[in-house]
Design a protein around this ligand. Structure first.
Ligand SMILES: [Zn+2]
Length: 236
C-alpha cells in the first residue's frame, strides 16, 4: 500500500517535471497572464499601498494633444496610431481614447517635453516615468485620490494625467512611446516585467500591445477602483 502510493507520487512528480520542462520550451508559449497594473503610493507612515485606477467601463477618454501645429504634427499622428492600437487591444470594449481640441473636456494632456504646456505644475505629482516620456497624476493631500491638474489660464480643468514625450524625429520610437504612455492613461499604472510588452519600462518597446498587455487591460477593468478622482474644487 505504502509502496504503491510512493510509486504513484513519483509518477506524478515525473509528470510535473515533464510539464515544467515543456513550459520552458520555446515551442509552447506561456499563457499570457496579466501583470500588476497598480500604482504604489507611499503614505505618511512610509508604507506602500497598491492602488487601482481606471475609467468607467466603456468610457471614451478625451485627450488634448498639445502639438505644433495643433492636430497636424507628429505628436497628433502618433496619438491617432495609439488610439487605434489600444482600440484593437480593448477587445471587450473596456475603454477607448479620442482626441479633443476642447481643453475643458480633456482628461489627459499630451505634449512635447520642451513645450510650455497648458497646465501649471504646483502640486506633488507622481507616476511612471522613464527618460523618454512620463505620465503624471496628482494626488490629493490624504494621498487617497487623484486631483485634477490646474490650467495655466485658470479655467476649470478635468485633466487627470499630463503626458510628456521627449522630442524625437524617430517616428517608430515616437509611436511606441505614445502607445506606452497611453497605456498609463488608460489605468495601467505600473510596468510589465516582460521586455516584449508595450508596458515594459525599458527602451526597446514592441510596436503594439501584446496579448499580455491586452489581458492586463481586461483584468484592470474587472478590478474595483480604490484610487478615485477627487471632485474638482471651485476655482481650479
Ligand atoms: Zn511607463
Amino acid at each position: 500500500m505504502n509502496r504503491r502510493r510512493g510509486t504513484g507520487s513519483m509518477w506524478r512528480m515525473a509528470v510535473v517535471a515533464a510539464l515544467a520542462a515543456a513550459c520552458d520550451s520555446a515551442t509552447i508559449p506561456a499563457l499570457p497572464g496579466p501583470y500588476d497594473f497598480r500604482l504604489a503610493i507611499y503614505g505618511a507612515d512610509g508604507r506602500a499601498r497598491q492602488r487601482t485606477f481606471h475609467w468607467d467601463r466603456g468610457a471614451v477618454v478625451p485627450v488634448y494633444v498639445d502639438d505644433e501645429p495643433v492636430g497636424a504634427g507628429a505628436l497628433s499622428q502618433a496619438f491617432r496610431r495609439a488610439v487605434r492600437a489600444w482600440g484593437a487591444a480593448a477587445v471587450f470594449g473596456e475603454v477607448r481614447l479620442r482626441e479633443t481640441t476642447d481643453l475643458g473636456e480633456a482628461r489627459a494632456v499630451l505634449r512635447w517635453h520642451d513645450a510650455t504646456g497648458v497646465l501649471s505644475t504646483p502640486m506633488t505629482c507622481l507616476g511612471p516615468v522613464t527618460g523618454a516620456a512620463s505620465t503624471l497624476g496628482c494626488l490629493n493631500d490624504p494621498r487617497d485620490a487623484l486631483r485634477t491638474w490646474p490650467r495655466r489660464d485658470g479655467e476649470p480643468s478635468q485633466v487627470i494625467y499630463r503626458v510628456v514625450i521627449r522630442r524625437t524625429d524617430d517616428r517608430e520610437l515616437l509611436d511606441r512611446l505614445v502607445i506606452h504612455e497611453m497605456g498609463h492613461v488608460l489605468g495601467i499604472l505600473s510596468h510589465s516585467p516582460n521586455p516584449s510588452d508595450i508596458m515594459w519600462a525599458g527602451p526597446d518597446l514592441p510596436p503594439a500591445p501584446t496579448a499580455r498587455d491586452r489581458s492586463t487591460l481586461r483584468s484592470l477593468y474587472q478590478t474595483p477602483v480604490d484610487l478615485p478622482v477627487e471632485s474638482a474644487s471651485p476655482g481650479e
